[in-house]
Design a protein around this ligand. Sequence first.
Ligand SMILES: Nc1nc2c(ncn2[C@@H]2O[C@H](COP(=O)(O)OP(=O)(O)OP(=O)(O)O)[C@@H](O)[C@H]2O)c(=O)[nH]1
Ligand SMILES: [Mg+2]
Length: 197
Amino acid sequence: MEIQRADFVASYPKENLCPKDGRPEFAFIGRSNVGKSSLINMLTGRKGLAKVSGTPGKTRLLNYFLINQEWYLVDLPGYGYARVSKKEQGTLKAMINDYLLHRQPLQLAFVLIDSNIPPTKIDLEFVNALGEQGIPFALVFTKCDRLGKVQLEKNVQAFLNELSKHWETLPPYFVTSSEYRTGRTELLGYIGSVLQA
Ligand SMILES: Nc1nc2c(ncn2[C@@H]2O[C@H](COP(=O)(O)OP(=O)(O)OP(=O)(O)O)[C@@H](O)[C@H]2O)c(=O)[nH]1
Ligand SMILES: [Mg+2]
């Protein structure tokens, strides 16, 4: 699939206020600073579409982008911000859960994982919870340009190994770099195949 058009639509504070036109949507989520905005810009080929920031935790709403006037790309707030108050973390968590559990047009959630570090508890818990709730998802390992092939492979495999302790089938996964556009064709191809199915 090629992205010809990408337009910011709006940001919404809760699921039941989101667009009701029934267009299929794909959500992107991950820990703060994982490279979510950079990935969205890389995929859409629009540098300033999602804001890349030095301050983590900026995204607090459900941000909608309309792609090719056909499907929505949804930028979700990250989970587990250290710098956000407990109360706000609770509010964000409720908003994300409400969205993921009830959003009818949601085809799939892409969970971004930093490929530079070994598996973290918070990522594993989040992914396992998605599995338990039956929410379809795929993994996107980000920033793969930052480390050598051997270490990269080791971190990716370690994450998958942790998952295989709980699950018989593993989710699809993609290894990406927003710097070098690595994984772009594969990821967009996957979205295209889900849209066609
Ligand atoms: N080397 C490298 N750096 C990256 C890549 N993707 C993102 N970064 C850097 O990682 C930092 C965070 O990137 P963002 O795209 O803002 O991450 P985010 O997940 O949207 O962060 P928040 O919205 O603040 O939670 C920035 O300094 C980016 O330049 C990548 O593929 N390679
Ligand atoms: Mg961001």
